[in-house]
Design a binder for this molecule. Structure first.
Ligand code: HEC
Length: 363
């Protein structure tokens, strides 16, 4: 009698059991994660605040406390820190109901006036105006900031409320916030809403991960961009002569996450002039001349002779010959200067920094 040996990997009951276990485990993990997320994002209470229990989203009565932003060395970034009691519009005893009502008013106000159309709140919205998530902590509203004096206020909340009711009266940026017809009551709600929002411990671990990705991304763009070193580029700009500006790339750098090229501008192309050697053409001498056509020796000193140019780098040819003048501007007829038949780029002395994204042509 022979007993057939069956491998466990081909056993159907084994896979059935495995599937049941994996499904069960995943379901439990998912339920646990859901509860964990709910716990993380659910709002705390007044009792939590009184007992010093930290919640990512503190209760509405956080408006009765000072909110600061401090470095957390363990987490490696700044986090909101709820401090001592602090008066908000003259009171530090806003009840849970009163505070919740104020926040509700502020939240409705922010939706009705569409702050997100210009600002960002908790990662959502637009980038036209400053991010409002931590606006309450913006030093501009603090004792050394501009707003207290500008709005003739003694407290942050008073200054913010006056600003919101009449922003165009207190411009600080080049872009001005328009008057949105916000009433005093609405402004109070909005300020409470902003103060509460600033106390939320937003998930910066995510931001750090994103920053890491961004760095990796710019590293790879850098190595891609390095391929254009030595190449000629144009940035779409036109020089004084009406010709598109051209450059030769000397290096590529990552400056604060932006890829920049250092390039030397090609001022013009110069027709090469030589003094031919009668016996050996490899000993032909290249003649240096400047934009005015003045001939220079190997040390860059003017020789007194001059090539007549139609424009920088372009000698005039008459009867098949270059026109050369001596120091008295008289034409020398028995000279040996001749065109080499090639041209070379003449560069500016300075390097120009250009964002990689400005390049319109590579050649
Ligand atoms: C049409 C665009 C626009 C809308 C809508 C808008 N704002 Fe602004 N807001 C701006 C601009 C622009 C600035 C910067 C100008 C300045 O500070 O003078 C600004 C500045 C601010 C500041 C100061 C920012 C800081 O960091 O200190 C606060 C606070 C503010 N807005 C709150 C609000 C609130 C609340 C709403 C909704 C009720 C709102 N804004 C709606 C454009 C807008």
């Amino acid at each position: 009698m022979s007993k057939k040996v069956v491998s466990v990997w081909t056993s159907i009951p084994f896979w059935r059991r495995s599937a049941a276990w994996v499904t069960g485990f995943a379901a439990i993990l998912l339920i646990w994660l859901t509860f964990d997320s709910m716990g993380q994002i659910s709002m705390g209470t007044d009792a939590d605040l009184k007992n010093g229990i930290t919640k990512r989203v503190p209760g509405p009565t956080v408006i009765n406390y000072n909110i600061d932003y401090k470095m957390d060395t363990r987490r490696g970034h700044e986090v909101p820190v709820i401090g001592e009691k602090e008066k908000f519009f003259g009171r530090d005893d806003w009840s849970e109901e009163e505070a919740a009502e104020l926040l509700h008013l502020g939240k409705l106000g922010s939706q009705a006036k569409n702050c997100m159309n210009c600002h960002t709140l908790l990662g959502n919205g637009a980038y036209y105006a400053p991010d409002l998530t931590k606006a309450w902590l913006d030093p501009a509203w603090g004792p050394n900031g501009a707003y207290l004096g500008m709005t003739n206020s003694t407290t942050k909340e008073e200054a913010m409320s006056k600003f919101l009711q009449n922003p165009s009266q207190f411009p600080t940026h080049q872009r001005m916030m328009p008057n949105l017809g916000i009433t005093e009551k609405e402004a109070m709600g909005l300020v409470a809403f902003l103060k509460h929002m600033s106390s939320i411990d937003t998930n910066q671990e995510m931001i750090k991960a994103m920053q890491g990705m961004q760095t990796a991304f710019s590293q790879s763009s850098l190595s891609n961009a390095a391929g254009i070193i030595g190449k000629n580029i144009e940035d779409g700009n036109v020089g004084a002569d009406g010709v598109g500006k051209a450059y030769t790339v000397r290096s590529v750098e990552n400056i604060d996450g932006e890829i920049q090229v250092k390039a030397q501008q090609i001022l013009y192309l110069e027709d090469r002039v030589i003094l031919p050697d009668s016996t050996d053409s490899t000993k032909n001498q290249v003649v240096n001349y400047n934009t005015a056509g003045e001939i220079l020796d190997d040390k860059g000193v003017k020789t007194g002779n001059k090539i007549v140019l139609s424009k920088p780098g372009q000698p005039v040819i008459s009867d098949g010959k270059l026109t050369i003048l001596n120091e008295n501007n008289q034409i020398i007829t028995d000279h040996k200067y001749t065109l080499a038949g090639v041209s070379a780029a003449v560069y500016s002395d300075q390097l120009t920094n250009l964002p990689f994204s400005n390049i319109t042509k590579i050649f």
